[in-house]
Design a protein around this ligand. Sequence first.
Ligand code: GCW
Length: 681
Amino acid sequence: LLTNSYHCWLQYRKLENAEKYSKIASTIAVADDTVVINSAVNELKNALNSMFDITPSVQPFPTNEYSIVLGTYESVDLEEFGIARELFSNLNEEGYLLKYAENQKQVLLIGKTDQGTLYATFHFLRILQREESIDDLEIIEAPKNQLRMMNQWDNIDGSIERGYSGNSIFFNDNDFTNDLTRVRDYARLLSSVGVNAISINNVNVWDIETNLISEKFLPKVKEVADILESYAITTYLSINYASPMELGNLESADPLNEEVEKWWAEKVEEIYSYIPEFGGFVVKADSEGRPGPFTYGRGHVEGANVLARALKPFNGKVVWRCFVYNCLQDWRDRKTDRARAAYDNFKSLDGQFLDNVILQIKNGPMDFQVREPVSPLLGAMKDTNQVLEFQIAQEYTGQQIDVCYLIPQWKEVLNFDTYAKGEGSTVKSIADGSLYGYKHSGIAAVSNIGDDINWTGNTLAQANFYGFGRLIWNPDLTTDEITKDWIHLTFGNDPKVVEEIEYMLLHSWRTYENYTAPLGVGWMVNPDHHYGPNVEGYEYSKWGTYHFADRDGIGVDRTIETGTGYAGQYFEPNAKVYNSLENCPDELLLFFHHVPYTHKLQSGETVIQHIYNTHYQGVEEVEDFIQRWNSLKGKVEDWVFENVKDRLQRQLENAIEWRDRINTYFYRKSGIPDQQGRPIY
Ligand code: GCW
């Protein structure tokens, strides 16, 4: 059944009702000969073969037979099909048209460019796999976001920072992997959901990885980039800011030093001599101990712009991460606040970055917790390109052992109204560039894949990868549409299977939140590896992620009057809402306020009773997931059944441990018993 990887949502299962498409499925007519269109042809050929059990013939366009046409609006005469060419003038370069022109016996998969043709092909295959009618097929699509990017945190020794599904598919033993088959399969998975860019190495760039931009590795980078490019995916590299010293033997990496400037310019030229389609650099500088411009008394602007100048002649970009904070903090100092850091560091630099610099901003101000407010930096820089960063890898949300479907969380972020330019200034309108007319913008995410046979550890975690791509292509898709698509493509059409898996996915984020840190306070995880409960794990370290729980109360005062002032970083009316004890939403209460355990939430419960209730409930919900999953035995492939079953068992143990530790901790701190008298260990 399995070779070395599982094909996730690209399994192309045999259709139950193949006859309804049989007319059109046996011939592929190809109008252009490009590498990307060849990828589309191969995908289509294999898929038809697998879904219909036929070997389609591939012919040049036009043919007289019923056929599926792959081409662009320039290579196919659209007038002949009654389609106005102008249809394409309003479409961006990656857009496409799907149309069944029955009179002419053709299904048209027409891109504005070959990249669009590839996306059209994947879209069409989705329609076939879901066995939807094509009688009236006429769909025009284009992605809403320009940069749709995956960030690998892969190290060259094959390990993955925050990786929960095996080792890297790119690297092994301080080199690229010999067999790049899985890289090609990954490219297929990525482009099938519309991802168009990838950085292949960890943002923490260690010694050997620094050499990825040297002649030692560039030929290999090129090999990988060629594979990705054949699926219309642009390759980026994370770089070490100290490269001029470490690779170039210069005395400094000061961005204003002329030699440094020259070094970067030559380096970039060298990279492009290998990879003409190279995308640019992803940079984590002056963050968590990594080198950056601060060492030389320079700031982010000088730091990013020297790279931008080098990349400019080649249309390359600098993706500069804003995850910059002072990691060491004194608990007595209630004014310093890690949550403030991105905004405090970057806001005042608006307008000073070159236009091929993009600031990459995590969705929340802390670090991918199960619940955080939206980063106030999003929308706060009208003259600086911004990209939003999500984490598909479940570092703080169950590490691909526990089920935690993140699409609902990301939808909340995208729909959040920042009021940056008045009502309707949603995060999605910032990311898609429309609010401020950014030159470059989009959405990136930390990948959750590794070399595990199913790619993602828990098979259900594939849904986060799939959903990320679909959602950032079009943030207006509903969670329901995305979820159903993934389940149908991955598991087929059995209504019972669809219903149970959908239920589990849609409830899983809330469930995870229920048994972990309450009311937006975050952390409470084991330090370093970040799995499992440890209420005081970070409380007595200097890392600045305190919850300040004592016998009287809990939460971080981030109000303007008495706290860190973080609430004031938002535009009105958000600032006022978060700043107010009465109006702050329950789920973020402890992020913004320090309150007594007896404080009454808007729900009517006290904080302490809420903690007890959600923690008992969280465990019950996991027990319910297990029952639901068990009812699917024999209905999903055995190994997938066992894979998820095993993870759910571990999730249950984790949830119980969280429940017991949290409940006993707060019972002992507060001295207030559970109203329902349930056992507290
Ligand atoms: O989430 C934290 C992780 C680090 C990571 C860092 C970052 C790559 O714990 O492992 O480093 O964020 O985003 O740079």
